[in-house]
Design a protein around this ligand. Structure first.
Ligand code: AMP
Ligand code: GLY
Length: 427
């Protein structure tokens, strides 16, 4: 695509979140051209895909210089945790995403927990250990359910909810002895189990000012009724109907603002999007985890509702000028349902042609994740393949649109949840 503006953008990543980012950024009149590394079949229509891996920081910095990129936008956590922002800044390249030290809020659960405890940010009670035997002794004294978390990045799999002490001991052995998640398991957190409603909340921040984004709920279990193994996310909706103005105010004032201030006071100024995974019990929000990026699949249902130019927001974040900007959100709702490969989240085959993509109602959005082009045709190339997103005045209307359309898309073995955004008590 060639836009009317002057700005050249590079988006890093190749999932549904990144397709959504590219789609949104492409709407800006300021944009001239968008590159994406590596992208997917969906981004290939609106941007130029580059065959570079998201963690190949050297190659990304080189291409950003060569192509005179004005702004690089980072989707996934791994390059952030590896210091892509620091490497770009050293070279004088503009990048949207926190530095390595600031990303520790996601890449080290022990760091995040210590920060929250030090600054009285509400979270589950917990203890952290680097000594396996001490962790074992501690677990034996706890009442189930017990939450065991690996310290480092584990692609969403490092959290084990154990409903008995023996299961918690097994989880500890898996993380600390077997090292199922590698060095991410050098330290663990043992945490009290919280019940309530889960919500993902997001804010743009330049390190001082924060501007809340709209919030969302996602669905991790593979099958209807929240059954089956956990996945990267099978669907999402925004905004959560239980998010009252009072709760939004509490989240901003008790969680997001104090966290950004704490990071600033710790000398780790946080610039980018801060993602709070929250548990709300009796209108009381507590933090389950922080992430240093947009959510996936939450970006697919929140960014379509953003009315302000995303390029302006990102540039204001980088220039410490977020305080001058008014960010507006539509009052509509979005629902997104993920279509996954047969077998996902366990092993699955790829390379199946996807049919029906041209057979959808006009206002349906399809964000690609695990897709690629093969001889000009869209084929599957990953576990989560597509997110089909509908928009309406209400969640129910958006939901109906998605489910009226999703059956028209097909690929061998595909499966999706039928109960996304079917809102009842507890969800
Ligand atoms: P995390 O990666 O820390 O967000 O954890 C992954 C998932 O585990 C969350 O989305 C929650 O569903 C669940 N979880 C994490 N911590 C707790 C907790 N303390 N109590 C209950 N559920 C939790
Ligand atoms: N939706 C969960 C995540 O992005 O981590």
């Amino acid at each position: 695509m060639r836009g009317v503006g002057r700005i050249k953008i590079l988006v890093i990543g190749g999932g549904g979140r990144e397709h959504t980012l590219v789609w949104k950024l492409a709407q800006s009149p300021k944009v001239n051209e968008i590159y994406v590394a590596p992208g997917n079949a969906g981004t290939a229509h609106i941007a130029r895909n580059l065959d570079i891996k998201p963690d190949d920081i050297e190659a990304l910095a080189k291409i950003a210089s060569e192509k005179n990129i004005d702004l690089t936008v980072v989707g996934p956590e791994t390059p952030l945790a590896e210091g892509i922002a620091d490497q770009f800044l050293i070279r004088g390249l503009q990048i949207f995403g926190p530095t390595k030290q600031a990303t520790e809020i996601e890449s080290s659960k022990v760091f995040a927990k210590e920060l929250m405890q030090k600054y009285n940010i509400p979270c589950a009670k917990s203890a952290s250990f680097s000594d396996y035997n001490k962790a074992l002794d501690y677990v034996k004294q706890q009442k189930p359910p017990i939450v065991v978390k690996a310290d480092g990045l584990a692609a969403g799999k490092g959290v084990i909810l154990a409903d008995s002490v023996p299961k918690a001991l097994e989880a500890l052995a898996l993380i600390m002895e077997t090292k199922a998640f590698g060095a991410a398991g050098d330290r663990v957190i043992i945490e009290e189990y919280l019940s309530g409603r889960e919500m993902s909340t997001f804010a743009f921040t330049d390190g001082q000012t924060i501007i809340p984004m709209t919030s969302a709920c996602d669905y991790k279990p593979a099958f209807d009724g929240d059954r089956g193994p956990n996945t990267g996310g099978m669907g999402s909706y925004s905004p959560p109907p239980f998010l009252s103005a009072a709760l939004a105010k509490t989240v901003k004032e008790k969680i997001m603002e104090p966290t950004v201030k704490a990071m600033h006071d710790e000398g780790r100024a946080y610039r980018g999007v801060l993602y709070g995974g929250l548990m709300i019990s009796d209108s009381n929000p507590r933090v389950l985890e922080f992430n240093a990026r947009f959510g996936d699949p939450e970006a697919q249902v929140t960014l379509p509702l953003l009315q302000t130019d995303l390029v302006d927001i990102m540039l204001a974040v980088n220039d410490n000028k977020l305080g001058n900007l008014k960010v507006e959100w539509s009052r509509d709702a979005c629902v997104g349902v993920v279509m996954a490969s047969g077998g996902y989240p366990a092993s699955y085959k790829t390379g199946f042609p996807i049919s029906g993509l041209d057979d959808l109602d006009k206002d349906i959005m399809v964000f690609h994740a695990g897709t690629r082009l093969e001889s000009g045709k869209v084929v599957t190339s990953g576990g989560r393949v597509l997110a089909v997103v509908g928009r309406g005045k209400t969640i129910a209307e958006a939901r109906e649109k998605v489910y009226n359309n999703i059956g028209r898309i097909n690929f061998e073995g595909c499966h999706y949840r039928k109960d996304i955004a079917l809102i009842k008590e507890g969800r």
